[in-house]
Write a protein that binds this ligand. Sequence first.
Ligand code: HEC
Length: 290
Amino acid sequence: MIFLTNVCRKGILPLVAGLFLASITAAQAQDAVAAAPQEPSFMELPFVLHLTIALSGIIIMLIIAVLIMLFRVFVPMLGDSIYEEGFRNSFAGRVLFLIRGDATVMTGKAKDHIHSDHDFDGIQEYDNDLPPWWKMMFYVSIVFAVGYMLHFHVFNTGLLQAQEYEMEMEQAAILAAKNADDPNAVTNYEVLTDAAALESGKSLFMMNCAACHGQEGQGTVGPNLTDEYWLHGGDVNNIFKTVKFGVPAKGMVPWQGKLTKDQMLEVSSYILSLQGSNPANAKEPQGEKM
Ligand code: HEC
């Protein structure tokens, strides 16, 4: 029995240590790859990284599968010997019993023997173990605290909350600046429906757009804007985008810089208010029905 315990102890610890070392070496190998001077390489680095991660995953799954198979084959062969107290209390024994679903390995056993010193007004105290799961979390939290302290406050390798906030605000500012002129930026304007906005949209349309789209939006050079067919989308945000950036290759003027954002939204909303107005001499539909 002691022999079995020792074999298990000596077998599992080196295995765990070996896996740990292997993972560290793999990580260092990756760092070495990343640090190597960038030569034009056949395989892109991200691909190599992904491949390494995928292979490690597969190898770990294989190891687990083999361990489970060994477990299922060998545990029945041990027979009753695993119930001996010495094995049950060894590291290997506790892992084994935990895998077999013995919760007392984690919760501790109630000893139910009364500590005679502690007796107050007839209330007596049991001398039970601290639950092992609790003790383990306690130790883990100590290790974590040391690592945390070193990472954030000694080596300063991690960003503190305030620094993280600063950095994200900087990135957001860069992104926002880019989006101002990005045709692919998503807007979420609501179509304007109040009379004043539509009136302003109408006069903007008469002044700037009627020459190509007709006095009633029926279409001349440019397409009919009163039907349900659209070349570039008939939602107010799509129309806003067409108006703002234009379709220079097809003769539709970009209006950014000539009209303000509010004016472009007003004229876009006015166009949508013309939907279904069926003007005379309407140009034939172009684009897709929305
Ligand atoms: C110089 C002529 C011209 C002017 C001025 C003009 N457009 Fe256009 N517009 C066009 C042409 C041509 C197209 C078709 C583009 C295409 O084929 O992709 C178009 C397309 C559009 C579309 C897209 C229609 C669809 O089916 O998706 C909208 C919306 C639009 N114009 C709104 C306006 C507004 C609003 C104004 C005034 C602020 C305006 N246009 C001024 C020529 C013009």
